[in-house]
Design a protein around this ligand. Structure first.
Ligand code: FAD
Ligand code: SF4
Length: 328
């Protein structure tokens, strides 16, 4: 049985205090919300902090405020189950609610938070293994080693961004509130990520995500389609978040963002540009999906064959465009 290492657990009284504690301890500390991603990784010694700065008890970060007309502010500690089942949120932004409802399995969604889902670690078959397994192959540069086992000549890590909710949040133009020791700042969710499997978040490690802001619904239609081996639990191996607006049968604008095919959520701006101003015929949807698949670069470090995953990106994008458009 894998056990957690011995850890100190802090219970700060606010997000700002949490950020201050994490900043003071530097790499010795990690923030923890639901712990559904972090605790298994600590058991496998994929990271080795000596202190956890707990957020789970901060009740003021567990509220959903707003409505379809004004937009929504979701506290970072809202659970995935709560986000998926919130009637007004699901009616206004069905793509976001369905992405939250497709994460993992019901027990993990009851504990896992929407903030933790935005910050979830990148994944790789050579990294999401026990310490002993990783030692047996000489480790890799994401933890304890110095080369990439997927692309040994590469100077960087290609671990895969696997958040289900980030693509739709980006497609919808959502923002996050980040608390630091000295105050708060607002940033687009799109600006939260870096194309780097190790340093995948473009925020200071001590900054706490306190809220996710989704815009007013105002005619926006959205959908998320996810491909995975087992529908009951697995991470995405290809996913598409789509937001679009229709003017009659013509697309006013569209934004498509992919999951599971790069070290950050991958935007497909050329596909959005192709759709804008066009009638949504089956041929146009297929053409847009072809374009959207181009920036997807699945490697041989996730479940199922990477060349098949690449081909399937087109399929999930087509499904997501059709599903979003069909929603009133
Ligand atoms: C078997 C299994 C299947 C899974 N399947 C999926 C899946 O299909 N899709 C998917 O997206 N995820 C999946 N996950 C990962 C995880 O359950 C979810 O991503 C969940 O939303 C993480 O939220 P959490 O609150 O538990 O995060 P935690 O585990 O507490 O934290 C995750 C990371 O985010 C950081 N963090 C957490 N909250 C904040 C915050 N408010 N501000 C700043 N940093 C923060 C932590 O420091 C840590 O690095 C799976 C996990 C397991 C074990
Ligand atoms: S992509 Fe390479 S460096 Fe990154 S976790 Fe996988 S094997 Fe390690």
């Amino acid at each position: 049985m894998l056990r957690l290492p011995r850890l100190r657990y802090l219970r700060p009284s606010s997000a700002r205090e949490a950020a201050a504690a994490a900043a003071e301890l530097g790499p010795r500390a990690m923030l923890v919300a639901g712990g559904t991603d972090l605790f298994p990784k600590l058991k496998r010694r994929q990271m080795d902090p000596d202190t956890l700065v707990g957020l789970g008890h901060l009740g003021d970060l567990r509220q959903v405020r707003g409505d379809a007309a004004a937009g929504f502010a979701l506290g970072a500690l809202v659970t995935l189950s709560e986000a998926a089942a919130h009637p007004a949120l699901a009616a206004a932004h069905p793509g976001y609610a369905e992405a939250a409802g497709l994460v993992s399995s019901p027990p993990l969604r009851n504990v896992g938070t929407i903030g933790g889902n935005l910050c979830v670690d990148t994944r790789c078959n050579y990294y999401d293994m026990t310490y002993e397994w990783r030692r047996s192959i000489g480790f890799c540069m994401k933890k304890d080693g110095d080369i990439c086992l997927v692309a040994p000549g590469s100077p960087r890590c290609w671990a895969v961004s696997s958040s289900d909710t980030a693509p739709v949040a980006i497609a919808l133009g959502a923002t996050v509130t980040l608390a630091g020791p000295d105050g708060e700042r607002e940033a687009p969710v799109a600006a939260l990520y870096r194309d780097d499997g190790i340093d995948y978040l473009a925020k200071a490690p001590h900054e706490v995500v306190t809220a996710l802001r989704l815009p007013a619904a105002a005619g926006v239609r959205s959908a998320y389609v996810k491909l995975r081996r087992r529908g009951s639990i697995d991470f995405p191996i290809a996913g598409a978040g789509v937001a679009l607006e229709l003017d009659g049968r013509t697309v006013a604008w569209a934004r498509i963002v992919l999951s599971g095919v790069g070290s950050q959520p991958v935007e497909a701006p050329a596909a959005g540009e192709l759709l804008a101003g066009r009638e949504l015929t089956p041929e146009v949807v297929t053409e847009a999906a072809e374009l959207a698949a181009r920036p997807a670069k699945p490697l041989d470090n996730a479940d199922l064959a990477h060349f098949w995953r690449k081909r399937m990106v087109r399929v999930v994008v087509e499904d997501a465009i059709r599903k979003a458009a069909a929603r009133g």
